[in-house]
Design a protein around this ligand. Structure first.
Ligand code: NDP
Length: 508
């Protein structure tokens, strides 16, 4: 029996929020034509609650769908990490996964061309581990100062209140580090058929720490077992015409029917020595969110299987209030120097304090399934369920007081002779090779679709922006640039001549 049915059986009467049975559900008025009486407090309560039904919309990833599931370890990776979730082959951990689109508001259609969020909360027996990723292995920017500005370009123009192609290409053309992700966004994978048919990537580099206190760098990949499935734009437009909730419907119905979607978790591992050697060889920063680690250099190690098998009972309580934060890390899994990750460690926790409240971790979907003991107290919505009447300060001398345990302490992190400065995130960076590698992976028809979509979109930006962005496509792959130029109706050879000096200096 579901919670709802159970509650309805236990409570056959309609009641107020305080539980008092209601005799009649009709307004209390002086005479049949009104006016209303202030003493109809049940009506006042209902109106007041209604006025407060919405919580602030997420600025990004506002539209989403979620489900519960189970993560099962299939391969031993204890030589890399002491994280309890991975401690034994066969170990099962409950989890909650929220998928989302990024740019659209809460009412936006699902079948839009956009990156998809892939955020997993693992309720491990040593705390919640939130892996807050996307369906792409990279991101548009590498310096957190650019993040809020980038998101503004994906939202609405302050004057027209319209989404703006000009502003997004204005931004991207001045931030060539975005080219890799832009290529993914306009490729076939930029418009998934459903949430069940996408991969998930941690995208950032994280750290693993093993029982010996050794640290390695790692990346998380969730490979979709249903196969990747995408839609062409014209098909998606038809779907949106019929059903704006196509991803939500697909996920919910599949789980209701017992068709449980699953993903295979794999990790890439890099030691510090490998990081130094790889950086020296390629010039790439292993902590740069706009780069992947090539599989040939850093193969995938299989870890386990994540299966979604239970729909939430109440969308608002469990999906809308789900609060994922990259700062929810557990012993054995830690951050890396990735500047974007470092910024997200603060930003996501902060947004939940604003959006869901200071006690968001006490809401059932966010609540750890393991014992919790700390000295943070009170605030709006506090339940005191975990601490009751226990002292509210530490250290204290009460019997049985939980104590810190040295075995959970992270090893020291040697940063060498780090210099504090505001480093330019665009200088001396190769933003083109990996975007070009991706382009060269596509077959001819896929290249053509990619270039048509980009040209159709870029054509709506100012000419100077088109020209600046066109240079980036040429730098990634000459064919990439030529095709888009042709579709934009731009004379390639004249454009090449105009931008050759920049082109050559970047290649050099
Ligand atoms: P590999 O050939 O070893 O890996 C290619 C990867 O690309 C696979 O993970 C594959 O994922 C993925 N892929 C296949 N088709 C597409 C597609 N149409 N759109 C996006 N991704 C696709 O090469 P490298 O590791 O050297 O990477 C080459 C390029 O592949 C990168 O520049 C990057 O853009 C992209 N890529 C790389 C990933 C990585 O972690 N190295 C991860 C994802 C993409 P699948 O197995 O699901 O088909």
């Amino acid at each position: 029996m579901s919670n709802t049915q159970d509650n309805q059986t236990k409570c056959p009467f309609l009641t107020t929020a305080e539980g008092a049975p209601i005799g009649r559900q009709q307004a209390l008025t002086a005479g049949p034509r009104g006016p209303l009486l202030m003493q109809d407090t049940a009506l006042l309560e209902q109106m007041q609650h209604f006025n407060r039904e919405r919580i602030p919309e997420r600025v990004v990833h506002a539209k989403g769908s979620g489900a519960y599931g189970t993560f099962t370890v299939t391969h031993d990776i204890t030589k890399f990490t002491k994280a309890s979730i991975f401690s034994k082959v066969g170990k099962k951990t409950e989890c909650f996964l929220r998928f989302s689109t990024v740019a659209g508001e809460r009412g936006a259609a699902d079948a839009e061309r956009d990156v998809r969020g892939f955020a997993v909360k693992f309720y491990t027996d040593e705390g919640n581990w939130d892996m807050v990723g996307n369906n792409t292995p990279v991101f548009f920017v590498r310096d957190p100062y650019k993040f809020q500005n980038f998101i503004h370009t994906q939202k609405r123009d302050p004057k027209t209140n319209l989404r703006g192609h000009d502003m997004q290409w204005d931004f991207w053309s001045q931030c060539p580090e975005s080219l890799h992700q832009v290529t993914i966004l306009f490729s076939d994978r930029g418009l998934p058929a459903s949430y069940r048919h996408i991969n998930g990537y941690g995208s950032h580099t994280y750290s693993f720490i093993n029982a010996q206190g050794e640290r390695v760098w790692c990346k998380f990949h969730f490979k979709c077992n249903q196969g990747i499935k995408n839609w062409m734009d014209d098909h998606a437009a038809k779907v949106i015409g019929d059903d704006r909730e196509s991803h939500q419907r697909d996920l919910f119905n599949a789980i209701e029917k017992g068709e449980f979607p699953s993903w295979t978790l794999k990790v890439q591992i890099m030691t510090q020595a490998q990081a130094d050697a790889w950086s020296a060889k390629t010039g790439w920063n292993p902590f740069d969110l706009t780069k992947v680690w090539p599989h040939a250099d850093f193969p995938l190690h299989e870890v386990g299987k994540l299966e979604l098998n239970r729909n939430p009972e109440n969308y608002h309580a469990e999906v809308e209030q789900a609060a994922f934060k990259p700062s929810a890390l557990v012993p054995g899994i830690g951050p890396s120097p990735d500047k974007m990750l470092q910024a997200r460690l603060m930003s996501y926790a902060d947004t939940h304090l604003h959006r869901v409240g200071v006690n968001h971790h006490q809401i059932p979907v966010n609540k750890p399934r393991c014992p919790v003991m700390h000295y943070m107290r009170d605030g709006q919505g506090a339940t005191a369920e975990t601490y009751g009447g226990a002292p509210n300060y530490w250290p204290n001398t009460r019997a049985g007081t939980p104590m810190p345990n040295e075995k959970f302490a992270d090893p020291a992190w040697d940063l060498g002779q780090a210099v504090v400065d505001r480093f330019d995130s665009t200088e001396n960076h190769d933003d083109f090779t990996q975007a070009g590698n991706l382009y060269r992976m596509f077959d001819d028809a896929h290249r053509d679709r990619l270039c048509s979509r980009i040209a159709g979109n870029l054509a709506q930006a100012r000419k100077e922006i088109q020209m600046r962005q066109l240079c980036h496509f040429f730098r990634a792959d000459e064919d990439y640039g030529r095709r888009i130029a042709a579709k934009l109706g731009i004379n390639v050879d004249a454009a090449m001549q105009e931008f050759k000096p920049v082109h050559d200096s970047v290649r050099a």
